[in-house]
Design a binder for this molecule. Structure first.
Ligand SMILES: Nc1nc2c(c(=O)[nH]1)N[C@H]1C(S)=C(S)[C@@H](COP(=O)(O)OP(=O)(O)OC[C@H]3O[C@@H](n4cnc5c(=O)[nH]c(N)nc54)[C@H](O)[C@@H]3O)O[C@H]1N2
Ligand SMILES: Nc1nc2c(c(=O)[nH]1)N[C@H]1C(S)=C(S)[C@@H](COP(=O)(O)OP(=O)(O)OC[C@H]3O[C@@H](n4cnc5c(=O)[nH]c(N)nc54)[C@H](O)[C@@H]3O)O[C@H]1N2
Ligand code: SF4
Ligand SMILES: [Mo]
Length: 883
């Protein structure tokens, strides 16, 4: 065991500190960092399972080139870098610099992001650099810039500890920002803070709320307009604050009155009862210390910027800004969503929060001594991929994101990428849907744990990610790859960084260059201090010269607009861009589940994280299930104007009638038909360019398969066309959950062909449509197939355990093939607590028996919920449902 290394979690924007203790064999023991101010030692299920994602089996370890025969061959770094440099030069020469584009990611480190942005905007002469943050934070950026004059998050996490009211809108923080959510729940428990959750679906976060507003999709700006009107009418405007520090209230109020002329109208539009709307308003008015926090239900909307401004308007009107325990708080998604914004990763920003004004362009140009400074904003993600489809953009370099899955209209994006003259992907994985879309060059990037740099979390806190493992194979940090290409294009002088330390120093220097307190993003205090990048402790920006890092902004009412006043904004009436109609009568909402991260390239490697929800699903209301003849546990085909997916139906009253929810995590890599991005419509917000990913009109139809079942196997099994399937990572085996219209013999033949060396035993019950085949090699279970007639989902937990054994006993074999249940093969049911593998039936039984009445008691008896706490909301719901 090596010493523990302090680093930061590579998943969500909470930015938890992690202690990683390498085991000397390529793995590491993972624990929360007790001294990190974001988490004080806690980690959620995803953070706790990081150790299970460090394996090298699926990594991209060498540069590769796509050959004429359609397969990849290993090439040298020299060859790869020369090819990219020459191709970029040639394409820019032939078609102009706007034919080039980078598509980056909030999962890059600040240093990676900084050099990519510098190369494109300063040296190649185009601002066609955009990032998956366009799909994520762009509306918050636009809202902040319009209201505050800069992309500033005013508050911090401590405000959530000190607030008396926490409003979460468009955020399922219980699953997506779990450690921060536990802090909110702690405040509720210990200080009696109230929590309000606003979401069209009843989420795990809603389960913990004092008030849950099941809002109609897209209507947040109506809700907050009703609040603004009430603030005015009930005498809650902070006149002194508004006069001294803001402008535009009367226009904003006039527009709010149009959107919410009276409570009854507003409530009806929001799909809420007047009573609930009133209670929301009463609570908001009664509690000065209110934090309103939001995430993608607000941002991912064609009116996302308006939604952000609707919230900020209410905080400005009441002067609830810049003080402890209150304020608007954008919960950022990715670990470095904020860092990307700081370096200008977005096509409409320059580095260091500078903009595309001529003076800002000039400032950056002088600082970089840039030969070809971009003079105008570049293309944002959705138009960028359209320009690729049209052939206007000829060269694309994708780093640390998987747009073939995560972009709206993902099929169109996948096809567009296949037509590029130069398509480069920097990846940590050997295979994903993006690089499988015809990438010409694959560049092996060093992964979390192997590279060094910084990330900024939702509260503006910069933390170090530190390497604790050697970079495997020929992998290199992303910043190194970009700089090597830049050097080969003749820019050696400006890209000769020896380490991320030097890049961060330049980035920090730029933030302070001709700043004089005029710009929010300022690290000159870091530059001036005897800083030590190696030992850097997490700190918040702005960190101005001769000052301490600032915990909050705007306490003095001083904003970053020209006249230093914050601006209220009038709002448009919200309209869904792809509203349901006769042809596509339902609305598809998309988002996340607790234990998976985006396209699953990393969390998908962890057996522990695979148990919670194993298959791509569509949640729908019982009324819709009845109308469209869908059964719970059956299959449905969703079709939009853009694409289609087949998903397992989850009938649940958590959904409003007319609305479907589907998770975004499954890709062509992990499922046959679960890539939901293919359905999603591409309309964007006019200020932010962020697509409306949460509202697409779809139709639904039930799909019936003749049979369904699963394969568990130690060896890699591939199936032909003709299956609905999902791949699941398990402890000792790979799992495939499947459904098909093939005969059982056809299915078995496919396995026979792949398990030739094994001893085969089978059990068939034609009457029940049950088929079980086991393949045993040297006494050990090697693979097995279970099939049953359609509509009979079979759980695999019992069989899965047999793969943990080195030798099958006679009884094991009998059990495996006898078709009996209740004999060790009985299902343990879905797992609720990922950390200790505690299944739902055990918890249910405990509650039923009366032995446990609280989540804490369940913890004492079964350990569930006692490690990361991510399942606590589910435990509490199970108790409520049974008592
Ligand atoms: N487990 C897990 N955690 C993650 C991630 C992950 O992949 N997995 N990803 C990270 C990233 S990058 C991000 S951006 C965050 C996202 O974090 P969240 O935004 O919390 O997650 P989502 O599930 O995308 O969407 C949140 C909620 O918005 C609701 N919603 C949809 N439409 C509306 C609307 O019109 N109004 C309102 N008020 N709500 C609406 C949805 O029903 C959903 O419950 O999560 C981060 N954390
Ligand atoms: N319909 C719908 N679509 C959505 C959303 C939604 O809610 N609904 N949410 C949107 C949001 S908020 C986001 S943030 C995006 C996320 O979507 P993506 O960014 O596309 O998803 P990830 O799976 O995180 O992709 C990251 C990729 O980078 C690779 N990678 C990991 N570490 C490194 C590294 O250090 N270097 C390099 N070079 N590669 C690395 C991973 O293997 C993976 O392939 O999805 C967006 N799309
Ligand atoms: S809340 Fe979980 S995923 Fe987010 S940073 Fe913390 S440990 Fe990582
Ligand atoms: Mo995100």
């Amino acid at each position: 065991m090596g010493p523990s290394v302090r680093t930061t979690c590579p998943y969500c924007g909470v930015g938890c500190g992690v202690m990683a203790k390498p085991d000397g064999m390529g793995g590491a023991a993972i624990a929360g960092d007790p001294d990190h101010p974001a988490n004080f030692g806690r980690l959620c299920s995803k953070g706790s399972a990081l150790g299970e994602t460090l394996g090298l089996e699926k990594r991209l370890l060498h540069p590769m080139r796509l050959g004429r025969n359609g397969s990849y061959a290993r090439i040298t770094w020299e060859d790869a870098l020369d090819t990219i440099a020459q191709s970029l030069q040639r394409i820019a020469h032939l078609h102009g610099p706007d034919a080039l584009a980078f598509y980056l990611s909030g999962q890059l480190l600040t240093e990676d992001y900084y050099v990519a942005n510098k190369l494109m905007k300063g040296f190649l002469g185009t601002a066609n650099v955009d990032t998956n943050s366009r799909l994520c934070m762009a509306s918050s950026v636009a809202g902040h810039r319009r209201a505050f004059g800069a992309d500033t998050v005013p508050g911090n996490y401590q405000d959530l500890d000190e607030a008396d009211l926490i409003v979460l809108t468009g955020s399922n923080a219980a699953w997506c920002h779990p450690v921060l959510f536990q802090r909110m729940v702690k405040n509720r428990k210990e200080r009696g803070a109230k929590i309000i959750v606003i979401d069209p679906r009843r989420t795990a976060s809603a389960d913990e709320a004092d008030l849950f507003l099941q809002i109609a999709p897209g209507m947040d700006s109506v809700l907050f307009s009703a609040l603004l009107v009430a603030i005015a009418e009930r005498g809650h405007i902070d006149e002194a604050y508004v006069t001294a520090h803001t402008k535009g209230l009367s226009e904003a109020l006039a527009s709010a009155r149009l959107l919410a002329p009276d409570l009854a109208t507003a409530a009806r539009q929001c799909g809420l009862s007047e009573k609930d709307l009133n209670q929301f308003i009463d609570l908001w008015l009664a509690n000065e210390k209110t934090v309103t926090a939001w995430s993608q239900g607000v941002n991912q909307s064609a009116q996302g910027t308006d939604k952000v401004e609707a919230i900020i308007n209410c905080h400005l009107a009441t002067g609830r800004m810049g003080r402890p325990g209150l304020g608007p708080l954008s919960l950022t998604g990715q670990p470095n969503a904020m860092g990307g914004r700081e370096v200008g990763g977005l096509a409409n920003m320059l580095a260091a929060h500078l903009q595309f004004s001529s003076s800002d362009i000039d400032l950056v140009q002088r600082f970089w001594r840039a030969p070809r400074m971009a003079q105008k904003e570049g293309l944002k993600a959705v138009p960028m991929f359209d320009a690729i489809a049209r052939g206007d953009i000829r060269a694309l370099w994708v780093m640390a994101t998987n747009p073939a899955v995560s972009m709206p209209r993902a099929d169109h994006v996948r096809q567009a990428m296949g037509q590029l003259d130069l398509f480069v992907v920097s990846e940590v994985m050997r295979s994903n849907d993006t690089l499988n879309s015809g990438a010409h060059l694959l560049l092996p990037a060093a992964a979390w744990g192997e590279k060094d740099g910084t990330v900024t979390n939702s509260e503006r806190r910069i933390s170090r990610q530190r390497a604790f493992l050697d970079a495997p194979g020929e992998t290199r940090p992303d910043w190194w790859i970009v700089c090597e290409v830049a050097k080969r294009m003749g820019f050696a002088e400006s890209f000769s960084f020896a380490s991320p330390d030097e890049i961060f120093a330049e980035h920090a220097a730029l933030s302070g260059f001709e700043n004089d307190g005029q710009r929010d993003f300022d690290l000159s205090g870091y530059v001036a201090s005897a800083h030590n990048y190696r030992e850097m402790h997490p700190f918040q920006w702005p960190f101005r010269k001769d000052e301490k890092p600032q915990e909050r902004l705007f306490a003095n009412g001083h904003f970053f607009t020209a006249d230093h006043k914050a601006t209220f904004h009038a709002l448009e009436a919200p309209v869904l861009k792809d509203a349901p109609d006769d042809a596509f009568p339902l609305l598809l909402n998309t988002g996340r589940v607790r234990d998976q991260w985006h396209t699953m390239t990393r969390t998908g490697l962890s057996p522990r994280l695979s148990h919670h929800l194993q298959e791509p699903f569509a949640a729908l209301n019982p009324a819709d299930a009845r109308d469209y003849r869908v059964t719970h546990g059956g299959f449905v085909r969703l079709t939009s104007r853009y694409g289609t997916a087949v998903l397992r139906a989850d009938v649940s009253d958590a959904q409003r009638p007319g609305e479907i929810f589907a998770p975004i995590h499954w890709s062509a890599e992990t499922s046959s038909d679960g890539r939901v991005g293919a359905l999603v419509q591409p309309a964007t917000d006019c200020f932010s360019g962020q697509p409306e990913l949460k509202a697409t009109a779809v139709k639904i139809e039930p799909v019936k398969f003749q049979r369904e079942g699963f394969i568990l196997s130690r060896r890699k099994i591939t199936m032909t066309e003709g299956f609905w399937l999902t791949h699941v990572t398990l402890d000792h085996a790979q799992g495939i959950r499947l459904a098909t219209d093939m005969t059982s013999n056809q299915v078995i033949a496919q396995l026979d062909a792949q398990c030739g060396a094994c001893e085969k035993s089978e059990f068939h019950d034609e009457a029940l449509g049950q088929h079980r085949v086991a393949y045993v090699l040297n006494g050990r279970l090697d693979a097995c197939l279970f099939l049953s007639a359609s509509g009979k989902t079979i759980e695999w937990n019992g069989v899965r355990e047999l793969f943990g054994k080195d030798e099958l006993s006679k009884t094991d074999r009998l059990i495996l093939l006898s078709g009996q249940t209740g004999s060790g093969l009985s299902d343990t049911g879905p797992v609720v607590c990922a950390c200790f593998g505690v299944p739902a039936p055990s918890i249910d039984q405990l509650i039923k028996s009366g032995a446990a009445k609280t989540a804490e008691q369940i913890g004492t008896l079964l350990k569930a919920g006692t490690n990361c706490g991510s399942c606590l909301p589910e435990l509490r719901r199970m108790i409520r449902q049974q008592t």
